[in-house]
Design a protein around this ligand. Structure first.
Ligand code: M6R
Length: 367
């Protein structure tokens, strides 16, 4: 059942190119110039009535929602808030009938996410579920369902479900942009064609997994590290940090690169490891100066950057790993892969049960 892989997690990491293809299939028009999401069940008029979007989820799905916020705001210019379900449901959020609530859940059975969905519906909002399980509780109770076609995810640590949720958000963002006219056909076609290139790009990343194994084995000797990034890179940093904690039990924190000097820099000492994401061209220079601040205090920095930035970034870091070039908005769908592999290999090096980490369950049906 593991199809020759040592663990379900590794198998699922390697299934990501297929998960991307399956999740895009039939949703990007054959000519690549428009997005077809009849699953949303909304007329163009109804799309135009949306005043705000709330994305609600837990854990890794919440991290996908952080990327979703940025993607939808950039493409469709609708204000988006992303919240963890166990906070959202108790904070008396402002939900009106012109709010679109997007709940994200791999299993579709997470108790807090389901409760948030019910609260949103009670307030008269339309609820869209992004889920990986057809017929799950979340799918049954939502007004509309966008299924991620990642296939069954067995490992407790979510990998292909997260990255397929990113694909779902790109499709939703593009669809809203198309219906609202915030992006013209050429712009939609540009993103669509870059999306279609992602599966092969992930394949090329996976072919370099060995380089990450050596890096992860070194990291596994430490008991704490930092992930830093700006913008979308910060969103992915949070997912990378959770993945590492969850299966390697190594403490880590994800920080917006510009926040370090407001307190956290005090923790950096000789040899403190850090993983810096530097994939956003416009922000690269700023993040590089934060990396220099860390290095001046002794940090040992691995940068995950895109090929076009590689030479520049390499001058300021100790180790680097390059992801293929893509549009800035799409980098999370690539940059998360090396972070998943680092977590996997660190867990393996420490001899932990990769697929069934201590204290955790695959589906969290308690509140
Ligand atoms: O099934 P869900 O997507 O609702 O699950 C949400 C979280 O429990 C889940 O993503 C959890 O954080 C993962 N174990 C992280 O790898």
């Amino acid at each position: 059942e593991k199809a020759g892989y040592d663990h379900f997690m590794l198998k699922e990491i390697y299934e990501q190119p297929k998960a991307y293809r399956d999740t895009m299939m039939g949703r990007i028009a054959e000519d690549g110039r428009s997005i077809q999401l009849s699953e949303l069940g909304m007329t163009q008029e109804q799309v135009k009535e949306i005043r705000r979007i709330h994305i609600v989820a837990c854990g890794t799905a919440y991290h996908a929602g952080l990327v979703g916020k940025s993607v939808i705001e950039q493409l469709a210019r609708i204000p988006v808030e992303t919240d963890v379900a166990s906070e959202y449901r108790y904070r008396n959020p402002i939900i009106t009938p012109d709010t679109l609530v997007i709940v994200v859940s791999q299993s579709g059975e997470t108790a807090d996410t389901l409760a948030a969905l019910r609260e949103a519906r009670r307030c008269g909002a339309r609820v869209l579920a992004i889920t990986n399980v057809v017929g799950s509780s979340v799918a049954r109770e939502a007004d509309a369902v966008l299924t991620t076609w990642a296939g069954p995810e067995i490992a407790v640590a979510s990998t292909k479900a997260y990255s397929s949720q990113l694909i779902a958000f790109y499709l939703v963002g593009l669809y809203l942009a198309q219906e609202l006219g915030t992006r013209d056909e050429a712009a939609i076609a540009e993103v669509a064609s870059a999306l279609l290139a992602l599966p092969e790009q992930v394949e090329s990343l996976l072919a370099q997994a060995d380089a990450l194994k050596a890096i992860a084995e070194k990291l596994a000797r430490h008991n704490s590290l930092f992930f830093i990034g700006r913008g979308l890179d910060f969103a992915v940093a949070q997912e990378g940090s959770l993945k590492l904690k969850e299966i390697s039990y190594i403490h880590s924190e994800a920080y917006p690169a510009g926040e370090l000097k407001h307190g956290t820099l005090a923790l950096i000492e000789e040899g403190t490891p850090a993983i810096a994401l530097v994939t956003q061209e416009e922000l690269a220079e700023k993040t590089l100066s934060n990396i220099k601040e860390m290095k001046a205090r002794g940090a040992h920095v691995l940068a995950v950057t895109n090929e076009s930035n590689l030479q520049e970034v390499a001058k300021s870091v100790d180790e680097q790993f390059a992801i293929p070039n893509t549009l800035p908005i799409l980098t999370p769908a690539l940059s998360v892969v090396p972070l998943q592999l680092v977590a996997y290999y660190a867990s393996l090096a420490l001899g932990h049960d990769v697929d069934k980490p201590r204290n955790l369950a695959k589906s969290v049906t308690v509140e």
